[in-house]
Design a protein around this ligand. Structure first.
Ligand code: C2E
Ligand code: MG
Ligand code: MG
Length: 485
């Protein structure tokens, strides 16, 4: 068993106050850890800020998943400083702190990798609480981005069981990666919160403050067919093929011109007018899907993505309504994608869960929009059947500003990979952002670099490009630059 740690295996001890080596008792084949290692590890731990945080539901989601997957009695995620092991989630138990000495964390740290203990019952006191009665324990490292071990994800079984299979071990390690990604996300969000300037600047100002538009104006606009859907291409970042389109509503106002959604959607949500407007948008998108399909049957592989707001979820029978729309227009559910932000799920998680389950059963893809701006993102991702994660454009827009935003994007891409979800980067405006995203393995993206949201007739022209492949922005710009020279 390659990762096993036999009973009585060496445990690290510090020689306090002394420089140099953390001694290992019975140093049988184990690696020595230096104080330099430990100080780097502690520096990363403190930088993560994890010791100051309250228990996070995102970690509960991971320990619950681990306990269920391995039929374990409990699972635990914790992070250790010099002496204490700070438990951030102990599924089914309320322990919050343990001595670090003799803990599973020390085993994992010493091993610099996964550890399995098959006869933990003979180990004496190290595994506290309910896990004390554990016979089988397996722990894997939770590492920071610099790869130092900050903590452990461990499972505890009160019944004897065989060693973890390679697949099981990989699953446990994936779960630990999720914990690490969540940790990183929390850290970066805190950093971003301290530097909010760009984020607020690049959002359009929300709803007008003078009470405009009222619900009667919105109703009239609907009757007079003043709302229109624009579409923005979503592209495969490697091939530049248009794989989908996001429908984005605009109001063609007779006096005010083309009004952007952030100027009337909040008012429509408040007044409830978002329900008929949303219905119109869904029906319109379904009809448009059919028109493009009639133009070329190969467009049957396009997915059109419609934004939903919180109010639309809270309505009984949304899935039935969408199903009847699909039937009426003859659209396949595979061509429809519904997109929502995390905050729209929060007001009534139970209803949202049911509604999303119903939509998913119909075969509709579900996208979490503006990812990274919410709070307990990971626990929501676990609970809801999302297929796609959209990286909020504030992160993409700040990638060039330094490491933090770059890290957050990297973390979200990694999170999506671990969760088996597709990832779309929003708001790609520059060739540098495009290149960085491709380098980081981000598969899909949308943004002004490729195309702005456009009326359907302009999209039809883009869809006629051979293979639906958009021109290479690199080549376009280089050609432009060459012409200027
Ligand atoms: P969203 O769903 O996150 O949509 C993406 C927004 O980013 C769109 O703004 C799009 O035009 C903009 N965008 C795309 N690429 C770039 C880029 O490269 N740079 C910049 N700076 N912006 C880019 P838009 O169309 O103004 O929509 C704003 C928000 O309004 C949407 O955000 C969505 O939350 C909401 N919305 C739009 N249409 C609908 C709708 O039909 N129903 C509902 N409920 N909400 C909608
Ligand atoms: Mg969207
Ligand atoms: Mg978005």
């Amino acid at each position: 068993m390659p990762h096993s740690c036999p009973r009585g295996a060496p445990l690290p001890r510090y020689r306090s106050g002394e420089k140099g080596v953390i001694e290992t008792m019975q140093a049988t084949g184990s690696r020595e850890r230096t104080f330099a290692d430990e100080s780097a590890r502690l520096a990363s731990l403190y930088a993560s800020g994890i010791l100051d945080t309250a228990p996070d539901p995102a970690f509960d989601a991971i320990t619950r998943l681990a306990a269920e997957y391995f039929h374990a009695d409990t699972a635990m995620i914790g992070f250790a400083d010099e002496t204490r092991f700070w438990v951030k989630s102990h599924w089914g138990d309320a322990i919050r702190e343990q001595p670090r000495e003799g803990s599973i964390f020390e085993r994992v740290l010493l091993q610099d990798g996964p550890v399995e203990i098959a006869d933990a019952g003979h180990e004496g006191p190290p595994f506290q609480g309910r896990s004390r009665e554990a016979i089988f324990v397996a722990g894997v490292p939770v590492r920071c981005t610099e790869r130092q071990i900050l903590g452990t994800l461990a499972i505890f079984c009160r019944e004897a069981r065989g060693p973890l299979s390679p697949d099981e071990l990989a699953t446990l390690e994936n779960l630990a990666e999720m914990a690490a990604a969540q940790l990183e996300l929390q850290r970066l969000r805190r950093v971003m919160a301290r530097h909010p300037a760009r984020r607020s600047a690049d959002r359009s100002e929300p709803a007008q403050k003078n009470g405009w538009p009222g619900s009667s104006e919105l109703r009239r606009a609907l009757e007079r067919r003043e709302f229109v859907l624009y579409y923005q291409p979503e592209v495969d970042l490697v091939t530049r093929k248009i794989i989908g389109l996001e429908a984005l509503i605009r109001w063609r106002h007779p006096q005010r011109g083309l009004v952007p959604p952030m100027d009337f959607i909040p008012a429509a949500e408040e007044s409830g007018m978002i329900l008929p407007i949303g219905d119109w948008g869904l029906a319109e998108a379904c009809n448009q899907i059919q028109l493009w399909r009639e133009e070329d049957p190969r467009h049957g592989s396009l997915r059109v993505c419609v934004n939903l707001s919180a109010r639309q979820f809270m309505r009984e029978g949304l899935a039935d309504h969408v199903e009847s729309l699909l039937q009426k227009s003859g659209t396949s559910s595979r061509q429809l994608e519904l997109e929502m932000t995390e905050s729209s799920l929060i007001p009534n998680m139970q209803t949202a869960l049911e509604v999303l389950g119903g939509l998913h059963t119909l075969g509709i893809s579900l996208t979490m929009d503006d990812f990274g701006t919410g709070y307990s993102s990971l626990s929501n991702l676990h609970s809801f059947p999302f297929d796609v994660l959209k990286i909020d454009r504030s992160f993409v827009g700040r990638m060039g500003d330094g490491d933090q935003a770059l890290q957050i994007v990297r973390t979200i891409i990694e999170l999506a990979r671990v969760l088996g979800m597709d990832v779309v980067a929003e708001g790609i405006e520059t060739r540098d952002q495009y290149r960085l995203l491709r380098q980081m393995g981000c598969r899909y993206g949308q943004g002004y670099l490729f195309a702005k949201p456009l009326p359907p007739e302009d999209i039809t022209r883009l869809l006629r490009l051979p293979g639906r492949i958009l021109p290479d922005p690199e080549a376009l710009y280089s050609a432009g630059e060459a012409a200027m020279a």
